[in-house]
Design a protein around this ligand. Structure first.
Ligand code: SF4
Length: 379
């Protein structure tokens, strides 16, 4: 398949109003001078990047709306031109609800943005405080209303489960609140404690403050039940969409499609080669601003490794692996090559497998990471 029609552009905007104690992303506290320099460096990187035609554009972070809407609109204009994004292409922006200002979404719409993803994480004031965040539930409702008033075609919310102190009941209220707001898409992520973060130190001191596997599984099951009952399709293990509102940019990742990442720490995947830009902000800015290649780690995925990565990504989705398409693309007979692990997971009730399709069962979704990892390391 030619990468042209589905290729995605990811742009990393790494500044945040404050740093959350669980965060392991490439991010820095927002300072005007640093964010201005970064924007200029990013523009140089865009101008130096091969102008491949793209289908989608995604701004992640960090906090993309730490930049004001006019700056973001300027950046979108340059990216649209450089990567020949067609009119109506999916353009997503992650936003922190606290930073949304009057008129932002109208400016986004005028620049072609079709999707906003609101970093809510929780509607419970105590949990919001535990996560080190500062928005209020009322602010989130106001931001959703503003997005609707501006005619934003797709509105998504992120929620986190497994927050210390979270109870099944409070998580249920979060899900109900998201549903009541009528958003088109919900992402639910289990909290992961990353090494080197303040949360990692907290967990060492007080392991019992954190959700155990049984509670996490309960909360995840609750999300699946509530969201599916409300008309959201679980199209990927962490993502739920109303009909017509799947995130196409992310679907391209799970389909092992090509993408170009711009900015500090951004990852790319092109023609079987994966590259990750340096996570050192100064190093990135110095290289990009002077037109030098961005220091990156690259690796070529070939043979069983490439097929295993593709299997892992596809199994995350509701569609799963279609053996016939897999053979055409990777030259491997999926059901023969992976026969032993497919059988093992099928017997354990974690995979359903037929000649047409292999996918996770409902039980399998709860241990998706383990099942998927087995395909990456197989062979
Ligand atoms: S806002 Fe997001 S990127 Fe920024 S510190 Fe918090 S979790 Fe990390």
């Amino acid at each position: 398949m030619s990468p042209g029609p589905t290729l995605g552009i990811y742009v990393h905007l790494p500044f945040c109003p404050y740093i959350c104690p669980y965060c392991d992303f490439a991010k820095w506290p927002h300072r005007r001078s640093a964010s201005d320099r970064y924007l200029r460096a990013l523009e140089s990187e865009i101008a130096a990047t091969e102008p491949v035609p793209a289908a989608t554009l995604f701004f992640g972070g960090g906090t993309p709306n730490a930049y004001d809407a006019t700056e973001l609109a300027g950046l979108i204009g340059r990216l649209r031109e450089r990567f020949s994004l067609p009119d109506g292409a999916e353009i997503s922006v992650e936003v922190n609800p606290e930073l949304v200002r009057e008129g932002d979404f109208a400016r986004y719409r005028a620049a072609g943005v079709t999707r906003v993803s609101i970093g809510v994480q929780s509607f419970q004031p105590a949990e919001i405080a535990t996560l080190g965040r500062k928005h209020t539930p009322e602010q989130v409702a106001a931001v959703v209303a503003q997005a609707r008033a501006a005619g934003m075609p797709s509105v998504s919310l992120d929620l986190i489960f497994g927050v210390p102190g979270q109870k099944r009941e409070s998580w249920r209220r979060d899900l109900e609140r998201a549903i009541a707001l009528g958003v088109d898409h919900v992402s639910t992520y289990g909290l992961t404690v990353e090494e080197g973060t303040p949360y990692a130190a907290w967990q060492l001191r007080e392991p019992r403050a954190f959700a155990d596997d049984a509670l996490e599984a309960d909360l995840y099951g609750e999300a699946i039940d509530r969201l599916e009952a409300a008309g959201y399709e679980q199209y990927e293990i962490s993502n739920f969409a109303k009909p017509g509102h799947r995130c196409r940019h992310n679907e391209n990742y799970w389909n092992n499609g090509d993408y170009v990442g711009l900015g500090v720490g951004a990852a790319s995947f092109r023609r079987g080669e994966r590259g990750v830009h340096t996570r050192d902000l100064e190093e990135y800015v110095a290289a990009a601003a002077s037109g030098r290649p961005i220091p990156s780690e690259t690796e070529r995925l070939e043979g069983a490794r490439r097929a295993g990565e593709a299997a892992m990504l596809s199994l995350r989705t509701a569609q799963g692996v279609v053996p016939e398409a897999f053979k055409e693309r990777y030259g491997l007979d999926f059901l023969t090559f992976y026969a032993s692990i497919v059988e093992e997971f099928r017997a354990a009730g974690l995979l359903e497998a037929s000649a047409d399709r292999v996918r996770l069962t409902r039980r399998g979704r709860f241990v998706a990471n383990d099942v998927c990892a087995a395909f990456v390391t197989f062979g």
